[in-house]
Design a protein around this ligand. Structure first.
Ligand SMILES: *Cc1c(COP(=O)(O)O)cnc(C)c1O
Length: 467
């Protein structure tokens, strides 16, 4: 083998590489600057390997090939659509609720055009970006006033900062939730500059517990939805109605963090009772906040509704600017909220409701259609089984949605290997391993995705050896 110094000398220059015949298609597909950068990086890698004493190819074809594959890799969107076959409808890791087509289109139009975001086209003067949404939210929830921020965590932060800074807020010990990541009610309280006054016990809190805790420094009573857990057995908590009556008697507001933010009653969809935003207001809550990308089925946002007196303080709070939602979110949210003016429209256009409403027969048919698309050899590895889907996203914990899945038992690779290959596909598929099989739940899939799913599964089961 030749010496490193002579090997280094053999590395072609960038100019030589750019003039090499094999580089011509690179220059056709990419700009000269991008091509030169990729060639430089590939050349540097060769030089590093030689210096590290590794045997390496430094011929131009090899370097150009490396540059081409890194450019191709860089072209691929890292953030891209995936197929959710987990059966979890609101999967936070998978971006929660998929939006309605019309909402996605509205976000796109807002993104690529100028918009009247803060311009009142009727009066020709400066407008408020939240005005359109405010009037729709008032229509559909009966609220006096409404605001939108980036997500519900931001909403809680803004509500507490503007209402209770420097004073205390009374919350039941049974409702000091952690939502996941770093959102914990006690920590958000600290961040908002208010003091948490815990009352009651983990499993039982009575009205008198709140009553005894109210003092000179109390700013508000707060109720938090136990989104992602359920207490059963010897439990007691105080409802919004009773809490509001107490708060108002003492001249205090009641804040309700509704969490998942249902705008429609969910019981007709086979789900347990979730308080709706409208109910919370009609029970007297002064400020209600919730996420827009959970049960509402819209973009990531936090909605705050309630009394103008409190919302005005939020509007002028310095945090408002830091937490405000952008034009794409507001466009998608406006369209999504408009669907709720007609329940029939909302439930047929918002994907979440379609997923909730599909019956077992329809899911079975989807499973059969999928199986028919597979190669007969792969069909022998599959069976149609009953499965359990879940709402997810911190809604209806422990509640199961009956579902249908295609169960896979691969014959030459492990379940774990198949799972990993599916997520590594060109069109990633997120499945679920349950007992001794890999499940593809039909409830979170769309018929339009079946052919892509077939391609991904076929690819994942094809390469036998390179496990
Ligand atoms: C989900 C949730 C939050 C956080 O909402 P994000 O929109 O994820 O920021 C806060 N409080 C409750 C009760 C929740 O369920």
């Amino acid at each position: 083998m030749s010496q490193p110094s002579s090997q280094l000398r053999d590395i072609p220059s960038i100019a030589q590489l750019l003039h090499h015949p094999s580089a011509q298609d690179l220059l056709r597909d990419y700009s000269p600057a991008l091509a030169a950068n990729a060639l430089r990086a590939a050349t540097d890698a060769v030089r590093d390997s030689i210096l590290a004493g590794q045997a390496i190819q430094s011929n131009p074809e090899h370097i150009i090939d490396e540059a081409r594959s890194s450019l191709q890799q860089g072209e691929k969107m890292q953030l891209r659509p995936v197929i959710n076959a987990t059966g979890i409808l609101l999967h936070t890791n998978l971006g929660r609720a998929p939006m309605a087509q019309c909402a996605g289109e509205a976000a796109k139009q807002a993104a690529i055009h100028y918009t009247n975001l803060e311009f009142d086209c009727l009066a020709g003067i400066r407008g408020d970006r939240l005005d359109p949404i405010k009037s729709i939210l008032r229509d559909i929830t009966g609220a006096e006033d409404a605001l939108v921020v980036n997500n519900n965590a931001a909403a809680v932060l803004l509500v507490l900062s503007s209402i209770a800074q420097g004073r205390d807020v009374i919350v039941s010990r049974g409702e000091l939730v952690e939502i996941g990541g770093s959102f914990r009610i006690p920590d958000v309280m600290t961040q908002s500059g208010c003091m948490l006054k815990e009352v009651g016990t983990t499993n039982k809190t009575r009205l008198s517990d709140y009553e005894h805790a109210i003092g000179e420094t109390t700013a508000a009573l707060m109720k938090v939805h136990c989104s992602n857990y359920k207490m059963i057995g010897f439990t007691q908590s105080v409802g919004v109605k009773e809490l509001t009556a107490l708060a108002h008697k003492r001249g205090l507001p009641l804040i309700h963090d509704l969490g998942s933010g249902a705008l429609l009653p969910l019981t007709p969809y086979g789900m347990p009772m979730e308080p709706t935003a409208k109910e919370s207001l009609s029970h007297g809550a002064d400020v209600v906040c919730f996420s827009a990308d959970k049960l509402l089925g819209g973009p990531q946002a936090g909605i705050i509704i309630g009394k103008t007196k409190y919302l005005n303080a939020m509007r002028t709070h310095p945090l408002m600017r830091a937490l405000r939602a952008d034009k794409m979110t507001l466009a998608a949210l406006e369209v999504t909220l408009k669907l709720y003016r007609d329940e029939a429209l909302a439930t047929c256009q918002i994907p979440l409701y379609r997923m909730l409403l599909e019956d077992i027969e329809c899911l079975t048919k989807r499973a059969e259609t999928f199986l028919a698309l597979l190669h007969p050899r792969l069909q022998t590895l599959c069976s149609i089984v009953t499965s359990q889907a879940q709402l997810g996203g911190g809604s209806a914990p422990g509640e199961i949605l009956p579902s249908i899945a295609v169960s896979l038992q691969p014959d030459h690779i492990s379940l774990n290997q198949l799972y990993l290959r599916l997520i590594g596909c060109e069109y990633p598929v997120i499945a679920r391993i349950h007992e001794n099989s890999l499940l593809l739940d039909m409830r979170t899939l769309r018929d339009e995705e079946l052919s892509l799913l077939t391609q991904s599964l076929t690819a994942a089961l094809a390469h036998k050896e390179q496990a």
